[in-house]
Design a protein around this ligand. Structure first.
Ligand code: ZN
Length: 338
């Protein structure tokens, strides 16, 4: 098969790779219906995270089960399934408490920008739909696999509830879907931080009531102005840089909640400032599996349309252009069709 492999910064190739096979009896092999490029794929693509060897790329996926190992019980060939970027058994104490991305047997699922994918711990990791969904549903179902699941966790971890004032730092696909999640959870006011016109528009469509274009201390001051000098009840940090984390913590009211779901690069917190910020902090790799059944149901019932974040669709063979478009911020998120 041919699949995406990152060789060095800005060098992603569509090249021959061995087809995945069942390795453990708990594995499944799926034929990918659609996959995509993640904001976190841009860290190694930009060379911020060093590339030491050719790396098969992609960790967002949905598709049809081709084959299962002999110990797989609930997942069957022919089912349409969605899974998360961490395989999880969904039975250990950590999974049962809702933190499947830190499962005691967690295994990263990589190499999804390909026609075929091996998914470990298939019974715990994959969620099957009733029947094979129509082609129009596929982008929104694909979104549940990571980008929506992560935005949803950001809102959940920031304690978003009916009537709350929410600020979302970051206008990438995760931030935009954090807005959608906050709206679904009943937030009264949702402030999106974005300077980019197309992204502001999508944020408003997903439920943002206000847009702030300022960053850093000016951004904090602006959000304080808008909230009677207090700051937002809930702040979602969806980038992972020092600046965005600082802005997120500074934008929260005393006693407020800050979630962080962007993979941190160079983020350092000062103990004194953290102490006096007086906020709840919660984040990490999103336990998408916790939310998958509910998110899939919301999509299939037509209640949400997270697939709108895909503003570029390409054949998998053009994966290099998919990365370039996101790197240059010409595209919010690229969907790839094998
Ligand atoms: Zn587990």
């Amino acid at each position: 098969m041919r699949a995406a492999v990152l060789h060095a910064a800005h060098d992603v190739r569509f090249e021959e790779r061995p087809e995945p096979k069942i390795v453990h009896p708990t594995d499944a092999i799926i034929r990918i219906s659609a996959t995509c490029v993640c904001g976190s794929d841009l860290w190694p693509y930009r060379g911020v995270q060093p590339v030491t060897e050719p790396s098969p790329m992609g960790h967002e996926y949905c598709g049809v089960v081709e084959e299962v190992g002999r110990e797989v019980k609930s997942i069957k060939p022919g089912q349409f399934v969605i899974g998360s970027f961490f395989a999880s058994d969904n039975t250990c104490p950590i999974c049962r408490s809702g933190y499947q991305s830190s499962c005691q047997h967690a295994e990263f699922v990589g190499g999804a920008q390909a026609p075929m994918l091996r998914v470990p711990l298939a019974d715990g990791t994959l969620v099957a739909t009733h029947g094979v969904p129509s082609a129009e549903m596929v982008p929104s179902l694909l979104a549940t696999s990571d980008v929506l699941g992560t935005g949803w966790f950001a809102a959940d971890a920031a304690n978003v509830k009916p009537g709350k004032t929410v600020a979302v730092v970051g206008d990438g696909a995760v931030g935009l879907l954090g807005v959608l999640a906050a709206k679904q959870m009943g937030a009264e006011r949702i402030i999106a931080v974005s300077r980019h016109e197309a992204r502001q528009k999508l944020a408003r469509r997903f439920g943002a009531s206000d847009v702030v274009t300022e960053r850093g201390d000016e951004g904090i001051a602006r959000i304080k102005d808008m909230t009677g000098g207090l700051g937002a009840d809930c702040v979602l940090e969806c980038v992972g840089t020092q600046e965005s984390m600082k802005q997120a913590i500074g934008s929260a009211r005393k006693g407020g909640y800050v979630s962080y779901v962007g993979v941190p690069h160079g983020v350092q917190l000062d103990g004194q400032s953290l102490f006096f910020a007086h906020v709840h902090l919660h984040g990490g790799p999103a336990p998408v599996r916790r939310f998958l059944p509910k998110l899939i149901e919301l999509v299939l019932n037509g209640k949400i349309d997270p697939g709108r974040v895909f503003d570029l669709t390409l054949p998998l063979a053009q994966v290099a252009e998919g990365y370039r478009a996101m790197d240059e911020r010409r595209a919010i998120k690229t969907l790839l069709q094998p």
